[in-house]
Design a protein around this ligand. Structure first.
Ligand SMILES: Nc1ncnc2c1ncn2[C@@H]1O[C@H](COP(=O)(O)OP(=O)(O)OP(=O)(O)O)[C@@H](O)[C@H]1O
Ligand SMILES: [Mg+2]
Length: 250
């Protein structure tokens, strides 16, 4: 952590320890990936509210700039505006090149791209799974503009979709692997009419300016043909790697 940030935290340590309730603040910091669940447990094991706060601050002091910023944001989020204001002067400047996804990777560009593509947001209580997210990102980056898929598989409900959404929540990865954007499709179990509707929606999304056809495909075969042409001509993977480098199966 920068000296400026550290000094600011030390300077206002007493006020922070006196006032903050750690539980929601820690949820926020865990979802930012700057605090672990076992560290949270350690704080929770302290007997009083004030001792919990003191333990949390002791931990933050040993951590980096990202942790300081996450703590600052958590204070703002949880209604400690006055305390956050005390820490404002110590906010360090972050470099965007070292891949701290939770705080640096999620830029407004990322938010816009994911929102446009219908990628779900994080669950309210979010557990980071850094190793898995990192592994998926590495696989995506390895595609390096070539056609390909990264498939995430596992038991129903084990968190595949949340992981997939998290993997693309990163500025560098989106720019490098998905310059044409991301399209999130939840297919699930469908009968033929449900499947046709999904395919029609996809055709509409991939042909927003209706340059290929102005009417929706009428059956699944036609929809498949339309998608094939759209993929090849309008979203060629070789040139832009724009869509469907991967998908998840719900
Ligand atoms: N990292 C996480 N942090 C917090 N909650 C999570 C996390 N991952 C999954 N969950 C919870 O588990 C639920 C199921 O996760 P998800 O939809 O990702 O599972 P899935 O493997 O895609 O399921 P399915 O096989 O049904 O498609 C989520 O709605 C969320 O409540
Ligand atoms: Mg799923």
């Amino acid at each position: 952590m920068d000296a400026k940030a550290r000094n600011c935290l030390l300077q206002h340590r007493e006020a922070l320890e006196k006032d903050i309730k750690t539980s929601y603040i820690m949820d926020y910091m865990i979802s930012d990936g700057v605090l672990t669940v076992s560290e949270e447990e350690k704080v929770k094991n302290e007997p009083t509210r004030q001792q919990k706060a003191a333990m949390l601050i002791k931990m933050i002091l040993k951590k980096d700039n990202y942790c300081y910023i996450s703590f600052y944001k958590a204070l703002l989020q949880e209604g400690y505006k006055d305390l956050a204001a005390l820490l404002h002067g110590g906010i360090p400047v972050l470099s965007s090149s070292n891949g701290k996804d939770s705080l640096v990777g999620v830029t407004s560009y990322v938010k816009t791209v994911l929102c446009e593509g219908g990628v779900p947001q994080r669950p309210v209580v979010f557990v980071t799974r850094k190793k898995l997210v990192h592994a998926i990102r590495q696989k995506l980056l390895k595609l390096d503009g070539e056609p390909g898929w990264v498939t995430i598989y596992g038991m129903a409900g084990c968190g595949k979709s949340v992981l997939a959404a998290e993997a693309v929540r990163d500025h560098t990865l989106l720019e490098g692997c998905f310059p044409g954007g991301v399209h999130w499709l939840s297919v699930g179990k469908q009968d033929k009419s449900g499947l046709l509707m999904k395919l029609q929606n996809l055709c509409t999304r991939l042909d927003q300016d209706e340059s290929f056809s102005q009417r929706l495909p009428l059956n699944i075969e036609e929809a498949k043909d339309r998608l094939r042409i759209l993929m090849l001509r309008k979203h060629p993977r070789f040139s832009s790697c724009s869509v469907f480098n991967w998908c998840t199966f719900t």
